[in-house]
Design a binder for this molecule. Structure first.
Ligand SMILES: [Zn+2]
Length: 318
């Protein structure tokens, strides 16, 4: 591991923008139509979700965090309806709901593009199994994210052009998860698969938010208050710190089962201290202390209720 003048968090934290914040200029009429159609669908989903809620309590069958027995979807597409709620979202209520302790088998880590690609592809299957099963317990929709391994200094997404290494190590946008090899900064972090797995699981945490409806719900609020207002940044931090907690939940669920060793877990645990806003100078991801604390809470307890950043006091998400 070499020490570089640039602070670690400046170039290795996970994606800064996870959804498009503005329509791209020059959008074709078809795109506009698509957006309008999506908005209409979103409204319908919202209305339907509200109606189903109003008619009575939904029957949720939370996945047990201590159950090795049942099998998951294996990552297939499952129909369902998002629930556009935040603090009162159904996946954040049950004190006993966590991820199953699945056996996650990953290839050995080697620091080259092809090996990293194989590692994250296998990791995605583990995450699909763990989170797919969990979300299905609440009759929420599920489909695996599409993985991308861009090799250039920047890459295109539906959320805009993303520069590698400036503020983004990995990135999530609308069911697509991007892992540019250069973004991992392996020259700095070395052969450290636990650290990279936690980073990947954070981005996947945004996919969980997307599937559940939390992502749509938080962006509705952010658009209302303004992305760069104190209220908008508070919401951004709650979204990011929840993804941290979801990442911790996954590593906590798979450590000692399969390929994720106690050593990988311990190194991921320690790494979280360096990736918050203190070293980046921004205010959208949470202080270094909070960025680490929420990950550790997820890892230690493996309970989604512990990841309810939207009900946390402002001082816990600063
Ligand atoms: Zn994030």
């Amino acid at each position: 591991m070499t020490n570089t003048p640039r602070s670690a968090s400046d170039t290795s934290r996970s994606g800064r923008r996870h959804r498009r914040s503005k329509s791209r200029s020059g959008a074709a009429a078809t795109l506009t139509f698509t957006v309008l159609a999506l908005i209409l669908v979103g409204v319908l989903v919202l209305v339907t979700a509200k109606q189903s809620h109003d008619t009575g309590p939904t029957s949720s069958a939370p996945a047990s965090g201590r159950n090795d027995g049942s099998t998951g979807s294996g990552g297939g597409t499952v129909p369902g309806q998002k629930v556009l709620k935040l603090a009162d979202h159904p996946i954040l209520q049950d004190p006993d709901a966590g991820l199953q302790n699945i056996v996650c088998v990953l290839p050995d880590w080697h620091s080259d593009q092809a090996s990293a690609q194989a590692f994250f592809t296998a990791a995605e299957h583990c995450l699909d199994q763990a989170w797919g099963t969990f979300l299905q317990g609440y009759r929420l929709p599920f489909n695996p994210p599409t993985l991308h391994f861009p090799t250039g200094s920047s890459f295109q997404t539906a959320c805009g052009t993303i520069a590698v290494g400036v503020a983004t190590a990995a990135y999530y946008c609308d069911n697509n998860l991007y892992v540019p090899y250069r973004g991992l900064q392996i020259e700095q972090y070395g052969d450290n698969p636990g650290v990279y797995l936690a980073l990947f699981a954070h981005e996947y945490g945004h996919h969980v938010q997307e599937m559940a409806g939390l992502m749509d719900a938080v962006w509705q609020r952010i658009y209302q208050v303004g992305e760069n207002t104190p209220a908008g940044l508070d919401l951004s931090r709650r979204k990011e710190l929840q993804a941290q907690c979801f990442s911790g939940m996954f590593l906590g669920a798979v450590v000692d089962h399969g390929s994720v060793t106690r050593d990988m877990y311990a190194k991921a645990w320690r790494d979280q201290d360096t990736r918050g806003d203190n070293t980046s100078g921004s205010h959208d991801h949470g202080t270094n202390a909070h960025y680490a604390a929420w990950w550790r809470k997820g890892a230690q307890f493996n309970r989604a209720v512990q990841c309810n950043t939207f009900s946390a006091s402002a001082s816990d998400v600063s």
